[in-house]
Write a protein that binds this ligand. Structure first.
Ligand code: CP
Ligand code: NVA
Length: 308
């Protein structure tokens, strides 16, 4: 049994195996109705706790549906409704949950909370997003890129805007999956310098390019995300918008990108802010395939965690 806490803390071979299994499971399902079970039922008899200390649409529903398709049952829990939100420690919560459930997925604030949960739990823990990373998202993103364009190794991803949790998981994935990375955003919102340094040290080309048009010029994949993340102070909204406005992914920006470059956004999108409607709904967008692949990728992640 293994935790899935971050891309950088998971073996490259294991990540590859998970993606291969995700694709195989997706293909095996074909287009049968979402509510029908998979032929294989590896989670039969298992209970999964899904804990949310921040809002969620995709993570909540894709994990829940994924567990059901694999024969397990779920409990979707809000941190605020648990004693966790009223002073019970993370470690005690983890110890207690480990007596009831087989797997824990948690979306929360600090990365230390997930670490503490994993340390105290005797069942696997999955990081469903923290202020500093979103590894499940990036597994779906790599899967989606490869479905549309083949192997991501040797390609270049251009991240536009805020160097947030999703950007940071992308940086970790660049090392693990062997692609190059351009960060394009204001200096004040750079990703963690140690992650950029680690990617450079691994031998990949990691570029910081403040000019958005130049950043996308050699990109195979252009990615953006909200300008204000769930962990960001509401009071920073105006400042962030002012800093990030030049990095909007719109048709004019995409005119600078190679013709076959595709666009991703983990969603939820703020149309007209970080991404324009024409790009979001245009032929280069694979955004809704990306959202679907959360389901398939996470099913494979859960199987890997449980060793089933
Ligand atoms: N992309 C993503 O994690 O979406 P939710 O916040 O809706 O779960
Ligand atoms: N960066 C965003 C991602 C949402 C899935 C946030 O943390 O709010």
């Amino acid at each position: 049994m293994s935790d899935f806490l971050d891309i950088a803390s998971t073996d490259a071979d294991a990540l590859r195996d998970m993606l291969a299994r995700a694709s195989a499971m997706k293909a095996a399902r074909g287009d049968r109705p979402k509510g029908t079970p998979d032929d294989e039922q590896p989670l039969a008899g298992r209970v999964v706790a899904l804990i949310f200390e921040k809002p969620s649409t995709r993570t909540r529903i894709s994990f829940d549906v994924g567990v059901r398709q694999m024969g397990g049952t779920t409990m979707v829990l809000s941190g605020a409704d648990m004693q966790l939100g009223h002073g019970e420690t993370i470690a005690d919560t983890a110890r207690v949950l480990s007596r009831y459930v087989d797997l824990i997925m948690i979306r929360t604030f600090g990365a230390d909370i997930v670490q503490e949960m994993a340390q105290a739990a005797s069942v696997p823990v999955i990081n469903g997003l923290t202020d500093s990373s979103h590894p499940c998202q990036i597994m779906a993103d790599v899967m989606t890129y490869e479905e549309h364009r083949g192997p991501i190794a040797g390609k270049r991803v251009a991240w536009m805007g805020d160097g947030n949790n999703v950007a940071q998981s992308f940086l970790q994935a660049a090392e693990r999956f062997g692609f190059d990375f351009t960060f394009s955003g204001p200096e004040q919102l750079d990703p963690d310098p140690s992650l950029m340094g680690a990617l450079r040290a691994s031998g990949r080309d990691m570029r910081v390019e403040r000019d958005p048009a130049r950043a996308v010029a050699d990109a195979d994949l252009v990615v953006t995300d909200t300008w204000v993340s769930m962990g960001d102070a509401e009071s920073s909204r105006q400042r962030r918008h002012n800093l990030l406005r030049p990095y909007q992914v719109n048709a004019a920006l995409m005119a600078n990108a190679p013709e076959d470059a595709i666009v991703m956004h983990c969603l939820p999108a703020h149309r007209g802010e970080e991404i324009s409607d024409d790009v979001m709904d245009g032929p280069r967008s694979v955004i809704f395939d990306e959202a679907e692949n959360r389901l398939h990728a996470q099913k494979a992640i859960m199987r890997w965690c449980l060793g089933v």
